[in-house]
Design a binder for this molecule. Structure first.
Ligand SMILES: Nc1ncnc2c1ncn2[C@@H]1O[C@H](COP(=O)(O)OP(=O)(O)OP(=O)(O)O)[C@@H](O)[C@H]1O
Ligand SMILES: Nc1nc2c(c(=O)[nH]1)N=C(CO)CN2
Length: 178
């Protein structure tokens, strides 16, 4: 049974960014342990952290899964590798980045896996798409829902996040939805 609920952030800022997002969603869908239940719109976002790099496309997805959080991480890392992801510098450009944002209501602190994602609460490029698929979900440790966290962000933080493609229905990524 696909009993566990997981939210993933997707980002790309190298090459055909939309293609990489589409491919990542396709590969997530193909995986028998995962079921895609929702996708957000796509946003074009100004780079945060390392600012001297191309703009990102960011989006969020909701899934249900038979996997443990570790197995989800293995799967997202395999998909990153399949999509030419290289690990050069921290926060640097990448063809695809898949971050596990939340896994059920769990709080996981291991050396190689932190869930909820530690920078989730401060990142407009994560919260703006995530609110489309998880508005009422309470973020463990934050004591607030995704919608509440988003409303805590200042206008200047949201400024760098622009709607790029509204995705609903058969023409867009919607075709990956179950
Ligand atoms: N929730 C998580 N989702 C994905 N990777 C995680 C998570 N928590 C810890 N990691 C670890 O982060 C490592 C990869 O980090 P990565 O290079 O993608 O960081 P980044 O995307 O540059 O920075 P950020 O974590 O701020 O988004 C992985 O090897 C993985 O073990
Ligand atoms: N706008 C934006 N900025 C980033 C992103 C990202 O996905 N979008 N990912 C980063 C590395 O995790 C660093 N900076």
């Amino acid at each position: 049974m696909m009993d566990n609920e997981v939210f993933i952030a997707l980002g790309s800022n190298i090459g055909n960014r939309e293609h990489y997002l589409e491919e990542a969603l396709r590969l997530l869908t193909l995986d028998e342990g995962l079921s895609l239940t929702g996708t957000s719109s796509v946003y074009e976002t100004a780079p945060v952290g390392l600012v001297d790099q191309p703009p990102f496309l960011n989006m969020a997805a909701s899934l249900t899964t038979t996997y443990t959080s570790e197995e989800v991480l293995k799967t997202t890392q395999r998909i990153e590798q399949q999509l030419d992801r290289t690990h050069e510098k921290r926060w640097g450009p990448r063809t695809i980045d898949l971050d596990i944002l939340m896994y059920n209501q769990e709080n996981i602190q291991r050396s190689h896996l932190s869930i909820p994602h530690p920078r989730l609460t401060e990142r407009a490029f994560v919260l703006v798409p995530l609110v489309e698929v998880a508005a009422a979900v309470k973020v463990p440790g934050a004591g607030k829902t995704v919608a509440e966290l988003l409303s805590c962000l200042g206008e200047d933080e949201k400024e760098g996040v622009r709607l790029w493609k509204k995705l609903n229905g058969p023409a867009g990524f919607g075709r990956f939805e179950s």
